[in-house]
Ligand binder design. Structure first.
Ligand code: CA
Length: 360
């Protein structure tokens, strides 16, 4: 997509931090948001910038979806504890990217229902969510060498804790290097699981915006259910430090990874519900499932004496994600099956990075 940047007006977002100044600054990204309860009000997004001399820039984000908590917890912690003298380069830390959604504890923004991760490249004269996307697209992403965007399952999904990167389209040497570097950082993150991730809906994603700009982009899914556990927060915090160490921004050695790799080769990894019902899982996260066997059963709830619908695994593998609330609606993603592989290098060659026609 060709965006004529020169045709766009400046972002209405103002930063209270100076991205070029050495030292630690804690400030805000502030954007006017006039509304009933605050005529000259603002959307205010906390940001920390930590810079020390020359070196790479890591753009570190959480709260892209407002009901996912491992990333914000790891990033608020990093901003509060990191010492500028330990940094070589620059950290840009934004724990709550879509701050209105984060404040409301919802995936999308309560202001405009905007899903920030489907709003890129955004617009400077668009909705509040589109204005946030535009600021990342035109101001923040161009400053970054490496982007780590934390996700979890939110209120409606739960994941095995993993770090992930995407297969990138294109055979150019620069793209192959970009992709290889991303998988190196996934390995360095050292989550219990690492995934070569397939997106079911890549259009408008922050991931795609960063990757199309040539940035090394790494993401996570660290749990879900609208909360965070002690274990998943620890994984986020350690993984964050490991990635920054692997980039040479923080000192030290990256611990030897004990991660297990999963591939998501095609659309058969995803199990969608065609009917609504009360879900009964036949496997838990991390369990092995066999093609053709029931992953879950859906009980009709409108009457008694009716048999449940069986949802079989479309392929054998590891149950990697599952739906969270007990009631499933038609079209919901009920389960994701990952295929265990030896490492990123063992996986099948470049495939389609978007799945078409599988979302009901
Ligand atoms: Ca998410």
């Amino acid at each position: 997509m060709l965006v004529q940047l020169t045709d766009l007006r400046p972002s209405p977002m103002l930063a209270t931090v100076d991205f070029d100044r050495d030292g630690i600054q804690h400030g805000f990204l502030r954007m006017p948001y006039s509304r009933d309860d605050s005529a000259w009000g603002s959307v205010v997004i906390p940001i920390s910038v930590v810079k020390n001399g020359d070196g790479p820039t890591a753009l570190l984000t959480g709260g892209n979806h407002g009901d996912e908590y491992e990333g914000p917890l790891a990033l608020f912690d990093l901003a509060a504890t990191v010492a500028a003298e330990d940094v070589s380069g620059r950290l840009i830390i934004i724990p709550a990217m879509n701050q209105p959604a984060f404040a409301a504890g919802t995936r999308t923004s309560p202001i405009d229902r905007g899903n920030l991760n489907r709003s890129f490249p955004g617009r400077p004269d668009g909705t509040v969510t589109e204005k946030i996307a535009d600021y990342f697209q035109r101001i923040l992403l161009p400053m970054a060498d490496v982007v780590l965007d934390f996700h979890s399952g939110g209120k409606t999904l739960d994941f095995l804790p993993f770090c992930a990167a995407h297969i990138l389209p294109g055979v150019e040497a620069a793209t192959r290097t970009q992709e290889a570097r991303a998988f190196e950082l996934v390995e360095a993150f050292g989550a219990p699981w690492s995934v070569r991730m397939l997106e079911i809906d890549a259009i408008g994603m922050y991931d795609t915006a960063a990757e199309e700009m040539g940035k090394v982009f790494v993401t996570t899914e660290l749990g879900g259910g609208g909360t965070a556990t002690a274990r998943t927060v620890r994984i986020a915090r350690e993984g964050l430090r490991n990635v920054l160490t692997a980039c040479g921004i923080l000192p030290g050695e990256v611990p030897k990874a004990k991660t297990r790799w999963l591939d998501m080769p095609d659309a058969d990894c995803f199990v969608f519900a065609e009917d609504g019902g009360l879900v009964e899982f036949k496997a838990d996260l991390g369990d092995r499932v066999t093609k053709g066997e029931a992953i879950a059963r859906l009980w009709p709830t409108g009457r008694t004496g009716v048999a449940p619908t069986v949802l079989p695994a479309q392929r054998s593998g590891i149950l990697t994600a599952r739906h969270v609330p007990g009631i499933v609606k038609p079209g919901d993603c009920v389960a994701v099956v990952g295929v265990e592989v030896g490492g990123a290098e063992d996986m099948e060659g470049p495939g389609p990075r978007e799945l078409e026609g599988i979302v009901p």
